[in-house]
Design a binder for this molecule. Structure first.
Ligand code: HEM
Length: 148
């Protein structure tokens, strides 16, 4: 190996090592997604299952789901929440505007579902920070869901 080649190789190795080290630092510092902090897919399945129990008992809105198959809807909702909270899922359903167009949902109905969601999150003792993030996420979709 000539002297110039040896110098090049040394520089390349140094550059690679530095790059790898900075990547490791980024990975270590990366904040955990909401999905991970909630407990991943098993946690979402549990919360959505409990949400369904709450909704089915909620006379303010259960009529809306009279023809809904819980297992199909539940799976869609889990995938939707998984994707929107930063999880590694695929959501194949409609976007929130299209999914609720024609239903003419009211703000009262939206708030009822929000209350039921809080009950479901509380049942599994989801901490205040994550509960707040879930509710903010749902709240940000209100305009897409109601009065459509
Ligand atoms: C931010 C709040 C909400 C979210 C994230 C949400 C999410 C979803 C999702 C993911 C679907 C499935 C779409 C598909 O399969 O293509 C859906 C459908 C539906 N949503 Fe919502 N929704 C919200 C609010 C509401 C409210 C307030 C009501 C009524 C009280 C409601 C009633 C329904 C109904 C009846 C369906 C159709 C279910 C079926 O397939 O039979 N949604 N929603």
């Amino acid at each position: 190996m000539s002297l110039t080649t040896a110098k090049f190789v040394r520089t390349a190795i140094l550059a690679l090592t530095t790059a790898t080290l900075s990547l490791a630092v980024v990975a270590a510092d990366a904040p955990k997604s909401l999905y991970d902090r909630l407990g991943g897919k098993p946690a979402l399945n549990a919360v959505v299952g409990e949400l369904w129990t709450q909704v089915a008992a909620d006379a303010r809105i259960n009529g809306r789901f009279a023809h809904t198959k819980p297992e199909v809807f539940g799976a869609q909702l889990v995938d939707f929440l998984c994707v929107t909270s930063g999880g590694p899922c695929k959501y194949s359903g409609a976007d929130m505007k299209s999914a609720h167009t024609g239903m003419k949902l009211s703000e009262l109905e939206f708030n009822a579902l929000a209350e039921d969601t809080v009950k479901a999150l509380d049942k599994f003792n989801v901490p205040a920070t994550e509960k707040g993030e879930v509710m903010t996420l749902l709240g940000s979709l209100k305009g897409d869901v109601i009065n459509r």
